[in-house]
Write a protein that binds this ligand. Structure first.
Ligand SMILES: [Zn+2]
Length: 139
């Protein structure tokens, strides 16, 4: 079953394909370096900390905090116009890596630095899901 395309959808590369395939089952995977224990994001072939080339995919918590955020009112790309205004944020994940995403499910102006956020999913047109974040419940 496919959803209607309402935003620009990310393409998987050879390296990021396991990440995107897991999103079909709403599983949020990050790479983990077997040699030094560092969490690796974005997906890579070698660990940026120790250059080890044995990276495993592991389930991540989906919890993090907002490192930086901005509200997009007039996106340059018309494909994103229907979503505006929306929040573009850098999220510091519990696993120690930083990910760019959107914060949804709240007033865009209410998103603040340090806000605890939790993973949520937006369906893509091909059965994958896009990892987004929303304010943590009870935070
Ligand atoms: Zn490493």
């Amino acid at each position: 079953m496919s959803a209607e395309v309402t935003r620009i959808e990310p393409r998987a590369s050879e390296v990021s394909e396991p990440f995107w395939e897991a999103t079909r089952d709403k599983r949020f995977l990050l790479q983990w370096c077997v040699a030094c224990g560092a969490t690796v994001f974005y997906p890579r072939v070698v660990c940026p900390t120790c250059l080890g080339d044995t990276l495993e995919w592991r389930q991540a918590s989906g919890r993090g905090t907002v490192y930086a955020a901005t509200v997009e009112h007039r996106p340059q790309n018309p494909g994103m116009a229907a979503m505006a205004p929306y929040v573009v944020a850098l999220i510091d994940l519990e696993e120690g890596v930083r990910m760019m995403s959107n914060v949804v499910g709240c007033d865009p102006e209410s998103v603040t630095i340090g806000m605890p956020v939790s993973l949520t999913w937006e369906p893509l047109s091909d059965g994958r899901h896009l990892p987004l974040f929303e304010p943590s419940k009870g935070a």
